[in-house]
Design a protein around this ligand. Structure first.
Ligand code: MUC
Length: 91
């Protein structure tokens, strides 16, 4: 199944800078691992924001939930999930 996911990051300004840097680095490694294995098919920055628009290919909603809960930045994110179906006019 394909899911479009919008993630908006809101890291508290008073978060320890070392914790922030470590969390962002772990997020990058996690995102790149999932892109390499084909799970995270698109990762786009929404211009001018600290948000991204992503497309994931996973078996089902439970698998997507596991991926999302595994995001190191998950505690600092607002997340919107949209299930995708094939458009009949798509070629
Ligand atoms: O920067 C973001 O949009 C948040 C997150 C998603 C991938 C990544 O490396 O960080």
């Amino acid at each position: 199944m394909l899911f479009a996911v919008q993630m908006t990051v809101n890291i508290p300004h008073d978060l320890d800078p070392e914790v922030r840097a470590d969390t962002v680095a772990r997020e990058k490694a996690y995102a790149q691992e999932l892109q390499r294995d084909g799970t995270w098919k698109h990762l786009w920055r929404i211009a001018g924001t600290y948000s991204n628009l992503s497309v994931f290919e996973v078996a089902d909603g439970d698998a997507l939930n596991d991926v999302i809960w595994g995001l190191p930045l998950f505690p600092y994110m607002d997340i919107e999930v949209t299930a995708l179906a094939r458009h009949p006019s798509a070629i």
